[in-house]
Structures are given as C-alpha cells and as structure tokens.
Design a protein around this ligand. Structure first.
Ligand code: FAD
Length: 286
C-alpha cells in the first residue's frame, strides 16, 4: 500500500524505524529485531539506507521480509550519497520486483572524508529521478530546526518546497525534543504553501551517550526539562531508558492532543522500546 493512502485515512498513524546491519554476520539479529517490531503492527515501517553504500541491498531485503512475512507496509530509504544513476535504477528495479511502493529519498550524510554526491547533489534531484521511474509514493526528510548545513530555517523550508515540487508526497521530520518547535515549523511551512502531510519524528533517548550523539548529528535543541532527566538518570541505564521512553510518550501524546496524525518513532532496532511506546498509547491510538 502507498503511504500517502495510509496517511489520507482518518486515523492516527504510528510507524517505526529499523536500520540494516553493516556486516553480513549481524543480518540475522537485525532481521529478528525488524520482525519483532513488525509484529506490533505499525502502520508502516521504514528501513534506512547506509549512505556508505556497502549494505544497501539489505534495505531492500529487510523491506521485503517485513512486507511478505508480516504484512507491514515498508518504506525503503535511498540516498544520493554513494548512488550512481545505475545504482538508483538497480534499487528501484528491485523494489518494483518485490512490490515495494514507498521510497524515502534523501541526500544522505556526507561521509567523514568529505566526499559529496557526484550524480544527485540534493534530495530533490533524486526525488525527480524516482518520480520519472515508476509509480512510487515518495517521502522526504524535513527539519523543524533547520538542517545543520543550511544558512537559516527559511532557506531550508524553500528547499523542502523544492522537494515537494519535485514530487514528494509526504515528509518526516528529524527528531525534536520540544514540541513547540514542531508546531511553529508546521505553521511556517503551511504559510509557504507546503501542504503535504508532515510526520513528526520522535526519538526515544534511552541512554546518556545517545544524547551527545544526537545533538552532534542533528544540532537539535534539548530543553532543560529533558536535560534534567539525563542529569538525574544518565548513569542509571534502566532508569534512563524508562525516563526516555516516558518523555517520548509524553511528546507523542501532546502531539496527538494537538491534532497531529502522523507519528514516526526512531525505534533504532529496539523492539522493547517500540513495544513499550505502543503499549503506552494503546487507548490513545484506538
Ligand atoms: P537535502 O534535502 O538535499 O538537503 C541537504 C542540505 O542542502 C540542506 O542544508 C538543504 O537546506 C540544502 N539544499 C537542499 N536543496 C538545495 C539546493 N537545491 N541548493 C542548495 N542547497 C540545497 N541518512 C542516511 O544516510 N540514510 C538514511 O536512511 C537516512 N534516513 C533519514 C530519515 C529522516 C526522516 C531524516 C530526517 C534524515 C535521514 N537521514 C538519513 C539523514 C539525512 O540524509 C541527512 O540529514 C542529510 O544531511 C540531508 O538529507 P536531506 O535528504 O534532507 O538533504
């Protein structure tokens, strides 16, 4: 099923994310985690794409298992970084062959050696290529606090508009920890005439080390209310996990209470975290 049709239904949707293994020996454990998350019956599951390129086939493999064995709609990610035109068409052909209809088109993070994408420089170019290559539902990334490389939020929103004009059907946000940042972003992009569904991306932080990693990668703002949890429980792994899941749950409930219908949880191959969040929302999602 196409995600744009899922999002058009009059209901709250919840999706989870998995990332493929970097090496073959880890494949079975990732597939098990993906399977366990799929049994929670999310509205769809997204499978990231290693912009390093080496593990790209696993994205399609895991997406295919989720769909065929568990009946969950997959969203396969694809990046400009490490993609030639041939590679993109190879992946799209595989997706068509396996009946996978949804692609999240991204630029990808620039590798540490600074190599920039050679063929598709920005996600909008990749979106255009996918659009011209078949009947896919296409998603994109968006950034309530602006992308780390962009000069300012307004320019970044203009580039989101470019992605929509290129053919993207919906966008999922980068993680954020302060819902008011998301609400004002939504207001501003609607003012710019961007009307596609925006899915709120929520990252349950389950360890103190994840905090610095997340800030470094995304540059996102950590409110004092969140940092006090980390200060208090950061050195108590079980308590930190419980507090992180509670914080993410609280964010999601506030989003739903404010009329947001699409929630994406960065569940990061952690079925226990996905399960707990789903349980915490059991009545709310009815
Ligand atoms: P773009 O939209 O291309 O934007 C990149 C930068 O260029 C931004 O600063 C933007 O403002 C600017 N820009 C855009 N268009 C233009 C233009 N025409 N001219 C000049 N500047 C422009 N990474 C992975 O490697 N694999 C994944 O599976 C993955 N999944 C993700 C899922 C989500 C929901 C999100 C939010 C991010 C994901 N990422 C993933 C990370 C993402 O690849 C990085 O954030 C990357 O740095 C930007 O990707 P983008 O698609 O937003 O890029």
């Amino acid at each position: 099923m196409k995600i744009r049709d899922i999002l058009a239904q009059d209901k709250i949707t919840i999706s989870f994310e998995v990332f493929p293994p970097k090496t073959e020996d880890a494949y079975d454990s990732v597939e098990r985690a993906a399977a366990e998350i799929a049994t929670l019956k999310p509205d769809f599951m997204s499978i990231t794409y290693g912009a390093g390129g080496g593990t790209s086939d696993y994205t399609v493999d895991i997406a295919s298992t989720i769909k065929d064995t568990y009946g969950v709609t997959p969203l396969a990610h694809l990046t400009c970084v490490s993609s030639t035109k041939e590679k993109v068409h190879h992946v799209l052909d595989q997706l068509k062959e396996k009946g996978i209809e949804n692609v999240l088109a991204l630029r990808g993070d620039i590798p540490k050696d600074g190599r920039t994408p050679e063929v598709y420089h920005y996600a909008s170019e990749l979106i255009r290529e996918i659009k011209d290559s078949g009947d896919f539902c296409i998603g994109a990334a968006c950034y309530p606090e602006g992308h780390v490389e962009s000069a300012n939020k307004s320019i970044d929103m203009d580039y989101l508009k470019q992605k929509v004009e290129a053919g993207c059907d919906f966008a999922t946000t980068q993680m954020f920890f302060d819902n008011s940042v998301f609400y004002s972003y939504l207001y501003r992009i609607r003012e710019k005439g961007i009307t596609v569904p925006i899915i709120a991306g929520i990252m349950p932080i389950t360890s103190a080390s994840q905090v610095s990693r997340s800030v470094q990668m995304s540059g996102c703002y950590m409110p004092a209310r969140f940092m006090s949890l980390v200060d208090k429980f950061g050195d108590k792994p079980v308590a930190m996990k419980q507090a992180g899941i509670a914080y993410a749950t609280d964010q999601i409930i506030d989003l739903i209470a404010n009329g947001i219908k699409g929630i994406h949880v960065y569940s990061m191959n952690k079925p226990d975290v996905a399960r707990k969040i789903k349980e915490n929302l059991s009545e709310i999602l009815k």
